[in-house]
Design a protein around this ligand. Structure first.
Ligand code: HEC
Ligand code: HEC
Length: 230
């Protein structure tokens, strides 16, 4: 092997350290730390630090009503997150980004919360998230789900307190007629809710996992489904 071929080989193989026989003491410590995995974008890393506390964390609260409220408050980390509120706005326009700004391009909810003819939600939102390559700096993907549309106005959460949202999601007149059991199932299993944990590149997911979120709701129902003060 000539010197040039050896160098090329070194570029390709991390094993080249063996060939150079590490002549300088402490050589490896002088190197910059290895680059992070390219498949771990910064936004996702940041979100990993926000977790949901497990149900067992609340066992120490003896009073059942207080325990129920504390468990619900934990789920608020998800409910009040822009990933959810952006689609549960108080007006006729969806919201976007962590800053919850009005949707760009301008769209409206329309009669059935699916947009208006010619500009339906699924004109742009497909059945799954789609990566956007090299078109804008701030939009890395378009969110998607087969059922992508706006939550009806009676299910608006924007601007409401956690206690108000709690009363509202239990109220069959405002929650789409769901029993408590159906509400819990919606939280734990619904695919559109699940999008919050898989929001596509460039978007921060909601905390924890849908499974942990569902478990908190089951525990909330089992302790009487009490709400924080509005
Ligand atoms: C003309 C194309 C287009 C139409 C029509 C459209 N959207 Fe969007 N939507 C986008 C794009 C592009 C983004 C990504 C923007 C971003 O991430 O900043 C987006 C993002 C969103 C988000 C933000 C998600 C988040 O948490 O950041 C929501 C919510 C949303 N759209 C809801 C809707 C709803 C509901 C409809 C129908 C009433 C709709 N959109 C119609 C293009 C469209
Ligand atoms: C793409 C828009 C969209 C996103 C994002 C979204 N929702 Fe919804 N949500 C809806 C629609 C539409 C309905 C009504 C249809 C239904 O009941 O299945 C709804 C209904 C609900 C309901 C029924 C009861 C009620 O009063 O609101 C709950 C609970 C709910 N969503 C929770 C969530 C949570 C939690 C998140 C975030 C993790 C979330 N949603 C994100 C569109 C969305």
């Amino acid at each position: 092997m000539t010197k040039t071929t050896l160098t090329r080989f070194c570029l390709l193989a991390s094993a080249c350290a063996l060939l150079s026989a590490a002549p300088v003491a402490g050589w490896s410590q002088d190197r910059a730390p290895a680059a992070p995995e390219p498949s771990q974008p910064v936004v996702q890393k940041k979100a990993e630090t926000v977790q949901l506390r497990p149900v067992s964390d609340f066992d120490a609260i003896e009073d059942e009503t207080e325990r129920s409220i504390a468990i619900f408050e934990e789920t608020g980390k998800v409910l009040l997150h822009p990933r959810c509120v952006n689609c549960h706005p108080a007006g006729n326009v969806p919201l976007q980004t962590m800053a919850m700004t009005p949707h760009q391009p301008p769209v409206v909810r329309g009669d059935a919360n699916f947009g208006v003819p010619g500009l339906m939600c699924n004109t742009c939102h497909g059945p799954e998230n789609v990566k956007v390559v090299g078109q804008t700096e701030d939009i890395l993907s378009i969110p998607g789900n087969p059922n992508w549309h706006l939550a009806p106005i009676e299910m608006a959460w924007q601007g409401r307190s956690l206690g108000e949202i709690c009363e509202q999601i239990k109220d069959t007149d405002r929650n789409g007629g769901k029993t408590l059991a159906e509400l819990i199932e919606h939280m734990a299993e619904d695919d559109l809710v699940g999008w919050g944990w898989n929001p596509g590149e460039g978007r921060e997911p909601v905390p924890g996992t849908q499974e942990a979120f569902g478990d908190l709701y089951k525990a909330w129902a089992a302790t009487g489904a009490h709400c924080p003060a509005p």
